[in-house]
Design a protein around this ligand. Structure first.
Ligand code: VTB
Length: 323
């Protein structure tokens, strides 16, 4: 992929964020998601790629846009696979809470796990703790190993985890081990990525979240030099069937970072919708709106934060009004 494409992908996530951020706090997560999808879809076709959505808004019959298998881009560029979540954290925007982002990842064709919409157990860390995690080991052991890799004690380690009943036992054990916990109500892509950026103060992400979100997080960690392991968690027979269809015979199979994403050229881009640990959200200044985006590319590992001022009068409608 041409390196200049990174900037194009930043434009795509910016468009999604601008389109849905107006709907912050309206209590309507469906409208917010729709707006983000339209914003993202609108810009994609101006990008010089021959892309296929492999992780998106759902199957073709469920989603009108950005469905799995949908071609995106103007076909004038490289053949790539694309994972998108135009609004990761629809509830967060609906309630005006922190950490909603618009996010995508791009890799060469066939290099992203085509994770279906089911749950995934995940553990993720930044570059300093790479190689020190084991999803099958007790959490106490992971905490010790991550603390050691980071040159601190377990009591100084901050773990980020989705606040869900299914994590009660895990939380009890993390507390007993003495580590710090930051709970999130949604948005485990941004939380996984935070582990790779020391200024966020987050050291370890654990717990069960969405599988598509897991692949997006893995793409970011792949670019940033972090680490992740995962296991699919199928709850129904249908999910089990879909897991097997993907060539994963056994739900206990540990997916390494390189099983989730691989290849020489992966790009990850995310724009803040609401303020968060990772990114500032969209701000409206009257005639303009500001966005903050992070873009990173596996080839170089450069992390670029892009602050943009958008002149709203010059934007297409779907970016102005959150339609
Ligand atoms: C997470 C989180 C998402 O779903 O993957 C979570 O990152 C997992 O599902 O923002 P449950 O909400 O069912 O626990 C979201 O919260 C929503 O897609």
């Amino acid at each position: 992929m041409e390196r200049v494409l990174s900037l194009e992908f930043a434009r795509v996530t910016e468009a999604a964020a601008l389109a849905c951020a107006r709907l912050m706090g309206r209590g309507d997560k469906i409208a917010a998601d729709d707006a983000a999808v339209k914003g993202m879809r609108g810009v994609f076709d101006t990008v010089d790629i021959d892309g296929i959505v492999v992780i998106g808004e759902g199957e073709m019959d469920e989603a009108p846009m950005l469905y799995i298998g949908e071609p995106v881009g103007n076909k004038k560029g490289p053949k790539v696979d694309i994972a998108v979540d135009p609004l990761e954290g629809t509830n967060l925007v609906a309630k005006g809470l922190n950490n909603a982002i618009a996010v995508l990842a791009v890799a060469e064709r066939g290099k992203l796990l085509h994770a279906p919409d089911m749950y995934m157990d995940k553990i993720a860390v930044g570059p300093k703790a790479k190689g020190c995690i084991d999803i099958n080991a007790p959490i106490e052991e992971n905490l010790k190993n991550v603390a050691k890799a980071l040159g601190k004690e377990v009591k100084d380690v901050t773990v980020i985890i989705l606040e869900r009943e299914r994590h009660e036992e895990l939380v009890r054990r993390i507390r007993a081990a003495g580590a710090r916990i930051k709970f999130i109500s949604d948005g485990d892509v941004s939380s996984a990525v935070s582990t790779a950026l020391p200024e966020t103060g987050i050291d370890l992400m654990v717990g069960i979240g969405g599988a598509p979100e897991g692949v997006l997080a893995a793409a970011a960690l792949y670019c940033l030099g972090g680490d992740m392991q995962a296991k699919l968690v199928p709850y129904t027979e249908e999910e089990e069937r879909r897991m097997k269809e993907m060539g994963i015979e056994d739900k206990d199979k540990v997916l390494q970072l390189s099983d989730l994403v691989t290849g020489d050229d992966v790009i990850f881009a995310a724009t803040g919708v609401t303020d968060g640990d990772l990114l500032r959200g969209v701000r409206y200044m009257g005639d303009t709106a500001t966005t903050q985006t992070v873009v990173t590319r596996s080839k170089t590992g450069t992390i670029r934060f892009i602050d943009a001022v958008h002149v709203l009068a010059k934007k297409p409608d779907y970016n102005k009004r959150g339609l």
